[in-house]
Design a protein around this ligand. Structure first.
Ligand code: PMP
Length: 346
């Protein structure tokens, strides 16, 4: 029989079909069964691989993109990395306008993934020509054959999750899930997944996680964008200071807000209890579930799926650094006096 080499055609073949893993310890004291959808298993280590591939392939299908064209977006985060990765394989130029608040590590990573990075001042208003929104808009206008991804206002962001994340979760649970929990940034993940799941079973409850300092929860409850809700916070990728059209508020039953401090501790606890070394918003999602469980939202026979968006390696100098935790005032005296010991042998 002819021997075949079993290889993937490119890294893009590995996007999606992420595993669902039962959480056995971190939520054990609450009623219900808890399962984590681990998006760090995507090749770019985050859920954003899905939208990068989907939005680019839709543009190809419509004949808007051909090799050599340019992809433009405003992000130093996961979406930037995923767009750079897809652009390399498919032969596009990738331009990312990022804020000067972005860490040097992130900017170097994007450069190493072949992206052209414009670092724009963080302390200017969004309509200032130097802001990363305006720079991206200008570059899009000036660059022939370019597309602007605009993830916060792009319906295809929702569609990517409707077509992939939703069906995966439905099939992995054989339709037995009762609750779906996800963080909200652009809202694409929760909205697309929720639309698919609720079409299969309208009784599935969809719970969004938001940050203190963000406007999403209040907008969901009142229909008002209350600027008084806005203040700076540390979690990246969660919550927003504007209302993204990529969030379908009707597809979400309830929003739960979490703090920077609780989310950081819960991410560290997830590593120590379940062996899952994941990102800041993964900690936020589990923290939100703990709060909801304490409010009596889940019963003994609840099957709760929690989407965990990215990998812990992106946060080594933040939540996984004892020094950073201490600098934020997130360690109490006992934790400072009894840190996790590292023995140095000389
Ligand atoms: N967590 C992280 C780490 C993210 O980068 C994002 C994307 N902003 C989210 C959560 C939220 O996902 P979405 O934008 O689909 O709401």
């Amino acid at each position: 029989m002819k021997q075949e080499i079993r290889a993937h055609n490119s890294v893009l073949d590995l996007i999606g079909d992420t595993p669902l893993i039962k959480l056995n310890r971190i939520l054990a004291k609450y009623p219900g069964n808890y399962y984590a959808k681990i998006e760090a298993f995507n090749p770019g280590h985050s859920t954003k691989d899905r939208i990068a591939l989907y939005i680019i392939e839709q543009a190809e299908k419509k004949g808007i993109l051909k090799p050599g064209d340019t992809i433009i977006e405003t992000t130093s985060g996961n979406t930037g990395f995923s767009l750079a990765m897809v652009s390399i394989i498919k032969g596009y130029d990738c331009i990312l306008a990022v804020s000067s608040k972005s860490s040097a590590d992130k900017i170097e990573t994007l450069k190493n993934m072949g992206a052209k990075v414009y670092v724009c001042p963080a302390n200017v208003s969004t309509d200032d020509p130097r802001s990363y929104y305006q720079v991206a808009k200008r570059l899009h206008e000036e660059t022939p054959n370019s597309i602007y991804i605009n993830q916060y206002f792009n319906e295809l962001n929702i569609e990517a999750h409707y077509k992939t994340t939703g069906p995966e979760i439905w099939n992995q649970t054989n339709g037995l899930l009762t609750h779906f929990v996800a963080c909200c940034g652009t809202g694409g993940t929760i909205s697309g997944t929720s639309r698919y799941l609720k079409e299969q079973n309208k009784d599935i409850s969809v719970l969004g996680i938001d940050a203190y300092g963000s406007v999403l929860k209040k907008y969901h409850e009142t229909g008002q964008l209350d600027k008084k809700e806005i203040y700076p916070y540390r979690i990246e990728g969660l919550g927003k200071n504007l209302i993204p059209s990529a969030t379908d508020f009707d597809s979400i039953d309830h929003f739960e807000k979490v703090t920077d401090e609780d989310s950081a501790h819960t991410a560290r606890e997830l590593a120590k209890t379940e062996g899952l070394f994941l990102g800041y918003t993964s900690g936020a999602a589990i923290q939100g579930v703990k709060q909801l469980a304490k409010q009596g939202v889940f019963a003994k026979d609840s099957n709760v799926v929690i989407l965990l968006p990215d990998h812990g390696s992106k946060y080594l100098s933040k939540i996984y650094s004892d020094q950073w935790m201490e600098d934020q005032g997130f360690f109490d005296t006992e934790q400072i006096e009894n840190p996790q010991k590292v023995e140095v042998i000389r």
